[in-house]
Design a protein around this ligand. Structure first.
Ligand code: ZN
Length: 132
C-alpha cells in the first residue's frame, strides 16, 4: 500500500514538474518573442527614417547621395539585427532545456531529406518541407 502511494506521489510530482516546466518555458519564450517584437519594430522605424532621408537627399541632388547621411541609423540596424539573432538563439536554448527536463524528444527528422530539426519548427530548415 505504501509502495503504491509512493508511486502515485512520484507520478504526481513528475507530472507537476512537467507542467511547471512547460509553463515556464512557454512564458520565457513568449517574453523573448515580445522583446524581439520591439526590436523588429525599431528596425522598421529605422528603415523608414533611412529610406526617407536618402530619398529626400536624392531628390535634391544630381543622384549622388552620401551614405554617411544615414551612417548612425545603419549601425543601429546592424546592432538590432545581432540582438534579434541572439534572442532567437536564446529561445532555442530555453526550448531545448525545457525538452531536456521533461524528457521530450530533442529533434524531429525531416521526412524528405532526413535533417534533424527542432521539434517546434513547422518546416525543415534544410529543404523547407512541412514537418508532420
Ligand atoms: Zn528536409
Amino acid at each position: 500500500m505504501a509502495e503504491f502511494l509512493d508511486g502515485l506521489k512520484k507520478g504526481f510530482s513528475d507530472k507537476v514538474m512537467e507542467v511547471n516546466t512547460k509553463a515556464s518555458t512557454y512564458m520565457e519564450v513568449n517574453r523573448l518573442k515580445a522583446y524581439i517584437g520591439t526590436l523588429e519594430k525599431e528596425m522598421g522605424e529605422l528603415r523608414d527614417v533611412i529610406g526617407g532621408r536618402l530619398y529626400e537627399a536624392w531628390k535634391q541632388s544630381d543622384g549622388n547621395v552620401e551614405i554617411s547621411l544615414v551612417a548612425g541609423e545603419l549601425s543601429r540596424m546592424q546592432e538590432l539585427e545581432n540582438m534579434i539573432r541572439e534572442q532567437n538563439q536564446r529561445i532555442q536554448e530555453v526550448e531545448a532545456q525545457g525538452r531536456q527536463i521533461t524528457g521530450a524528444p530533442q529533434v524531429r527528422y525531416c521526412s524528405n531529406c532526413g535533417t534533424a530539426c527542432a521539434p517546434e519548427s513547422a518546416f525543415c530548415k534544410n529543404c523547407g518541407t512541412k514537418l508532420g
